[in-house]
Design a binder for this molecule. Structure first.
Ligand SMILES: Nc1ncnc2c1ncn2[C@@H]1O[C@H](COP(=O)(O)OP(=O)(O)O)[C@@H](O)[C@H]1O
Ligand SMILES: Cc1cn([C@H]2C[C@H](O)[C@@H](COP(=O)(O)OP(=O)(O)O)O2)c(=O)[nH]c1=O
Length: 192
């Protein structure tokens, strides 16, 4: 099962993936985590470009869109392992939320795997900006407000759960477990 965590920068994706991984393993599941951008040569190039002062420039954005699409093709086979639960920190849905135009982004990602379950960690933009280091040129209120709005529209196209990411770590973790449990045959009421 391919479960994708999405959300704006600093929403808590990495933190929550580690907590969910442990809980699922404690419940007997085999779990693997992946992250986009990956640690491949393409992923490393992406992270370098993200730190450029002109990273939000339209032409650079389109370059990033192509690089993100190429980077995720490198892990595509890993996402289809039916014997494991794959928890992914981001997916091609990030490209649909951050890059434009949507039809071109959808086209260059047409071979990307669709999540079996999309968890949107919905965070207030002002909290995101306060949490982020500001390394990436994306991490500004105007840009992230637009991304957040995009996510809230995009999720309707997928089996999804929206998680309030403004709460404390443990409350967010508990809400994620309750949201995921029914999809895995775990009784939600048995969750602390
Ligand atoms: N629920 C939360 N409340 C307060 N701080 C949080 C919460 N979740 C994560 N953080 C902190 O916010 C920062 C970003 O968290 P992280 O999991 O890296 O987010 P993402 O992977 O979405 O960028 C980290 O410093 C983390 O400790
Ligand atoms: C995967 C992906 C990430 N991004 C952006 C989101 C982040 O601003 C940046 C790096 O991703 P990431 O390291 O996940 O940032 P964060 O942990 O703060 O969420 O790349 C895209 O614009 N498109 C994409 O397809």
């Amino acid at each position: 099962m391919y479960i994708v965590f999405e959300g704006i920068d600093g929403a808590g994706k990495s933190t929550q993936i580690q907590l969910l991984k442990k809980w699922l393993e404690d419940n007997g599941f085999s779990v693997e985590t992946v992250v986009e951008p990956t640690d491949s040569e393409i992923g490393k190039l992406i992270r370098k470009i993200l730190q450029r002062p002109d990273a939000a420039n339209d032409r650079i954005q389109k370059t990033l869109g192509l690089l993100f699409a190429a980077d995720r093709m490198l892990i595509m086979d890993k996402l289809s392992d039916e014997n494991k639960i794959i928890l992914s920190d981001r997916s091609y849905i990030s490209s649909l939320a951050y890059q434009t135009p949507a039809n071109w982004i959808a086209d260059i990602n047409k071979y990307a795997k669709t999540p079996d379950l999309l968890l949107l960690l919905d965070l207030d933009v002002n909290i995101s900006v306060n949490r982020c280091s500001g390394e990436d040129e994306f991490e500004n209120e105007g840009f992230l407000t637009n991304v957040k709005d995009n996510y809230l529209k995009l999720v309707e196209n997928y089996r999804h759960e929206i998680i309030n990411a403004n709460n404390g770590v443990n409350k967010v973790s508990s809400d994620i477990k309750k949201a995921v449990a029914p999809y895995l045959g775990i009784c939600p009421d048995c969750i602390l």
